[in-house]
Design a protein around this ligand. Structure first.
Ligand code: F6P
Length: 359
């Protein structure tokens, strides 16, 4: 193995740079291999200066750095790229150009660090002959086949700290504090941070809620002498009739943008006579330095991805199972996204503690 490429696709997540660093070091130290960084996801293959050599000096000092030194693009789908032709915006398939770019670079492996969308595209490119290796990235922790994705632990810690901070001010002012957290259609951040940060109500997409159940919990707490409550809401939480709240519609390029459920819950609480405030934690959960756990996991994933490439394990993704790094087919990772199940011990534990899911 003499030449490999690395790209980071989709939204960023803390730990991307740690993966890049580990992959570059392993490729150079163990295989004397040349490494190329592709800028801004798959778009780098189409841009004039989209490909840069990555040496040991380029990855020095990036272990604790958030974001990605390669840049990311979460509308960079080569199968649906928006371009202007004759003054009109159209969507075209540029996947063959990407394949050409990869062949021209003579890459023997392309490490793709991404979430379900980016990894699904990687599998499609493999079917066109590209030697891809996947690395599971997302703060949402929703990729199938792996126990955990890097970025999740950092987001969880940030969300938990926010809940701790809201707790003290909620208690002082006898208020309901609602915090809206990321996660798209998976409630891992809200559930884990909600339990770790002492939330009284946790609303997640996997357990549809009704407003009456939330207010019943808040009233019960008030009656028992706790005049404040903390509500952790996942951005994708839905009511029992299936309603989710979006701040922007989707199209062929953008997935619909979730947002606004926290405000809706806070407004309902106010109408019921409970003074409420809402905090939308947003991209704070995605930015900044990764936790030690995420650095450790990302480093293991990065080194393992290069070892997998050296074995020719294409169309596969590194994964964590029973605490050990292994690898699985990319198709398995993207076929069924990971979701919280009602029978998970995390849900049962939360219920044991008296936490309401609003169901
Ligand atoms: O997938 C990660 C994630 O942070 C989701 O939790 C969130 O819905 C989404 O990305 C937001 O992405 P962006 O604002 O970059 O489009």
């Amino acid at each position: 193995m003499k030449r490999i490429g690395i790209l980071t696709g989709g939204g960023d997540a803390p730990g991307l740079n740690a993966v890049i660093r580990a992959a570059v070091k392993t490729a150079i130290n163990e295989y004397d291999c040349k490494v190329f960084g592709i800028k801004d996801g798959y778009d780098g293959f189409l841009a004039k200066d989209g490909i840069i050599p990555l040496g040991l000096g380029d990855v020095r000092g990036i272990l604790p750095r958030g974001g990605t030194i390669l840049g990311a693009a979460n509308r960079g789908n080569p199968y649906a790229r928006k371009v202007i032709r004759n003054g009109k915006e159209i969507t075209i398939d540029v996947s063959d150009e990407i394949v050409k770019g990869i062949k021209k670079l003579k890459l023997e492996a392309l490490l793709v660090l991404g979430g379900d969308g980016t990894l699904h595209i990687a599998h499609e490119l493999f079917l066109k002959g590209v030697p891809v290796i996947g690395v599971p990235k997302t703060i949402d922790n929703d990729i199938g086949g792996t126990e955990i994705t890097f970025g999740f632990d950092t987001a969880l810690n940030i969300a938990t700290e926010a809940l701790d901070r809201l707790h003290t001010t909620a208690e002082s002012h006898h208020r309901v504090m609602v915090i809206e957290l990321m996660g798209r259609d998976a409630g891992f951040i809200a559930l884990h941070a909600g339990v770790s940060g002492g939330a009284d109500v946790i609303l997640i997409p996997e357990i549809p809620f009704n407003y009456e159940s939330i207010i019943a919990k808040v009233r019960a707490r008030a009656a028992a002498g706790s005049k404040f409550s903390l509500i952790a809401v996942s951005e994708g939480a839905k009511t029992q009739d299936g309603t989710q709240i979006f701040s922007r519609k989707g199209d062929e390029i953008y997935v619909p943008r979730l947002g606004g459920i926290g405000q809706a819950v806070a407004e309902y609480m106010e109408k019921q006579g409970f003074e409420s405030r809402v905090t939308v934690l947003g991209h704070v959960q995605r930015g900044g330095t990764p936790t030690a756990f995420d650095r450790w996991l990302a480093t293991r994933y990065g080194a393992a991805a290069v070892r997998l490439a050296a074995k020719g394990g294409y169309d596969r993704m590194v994964a964590l199972r029973c605490g050990t790094i292994t690898d699985i087919p990319l198709e398995e990772a993207t076929a069924t996204p990971k979701r919280i199940k009602l029978t998970d011990d995390s849900v049962i534990t939360a219920r044991n503690l008296g936490i309401s899911f609003g169901d």
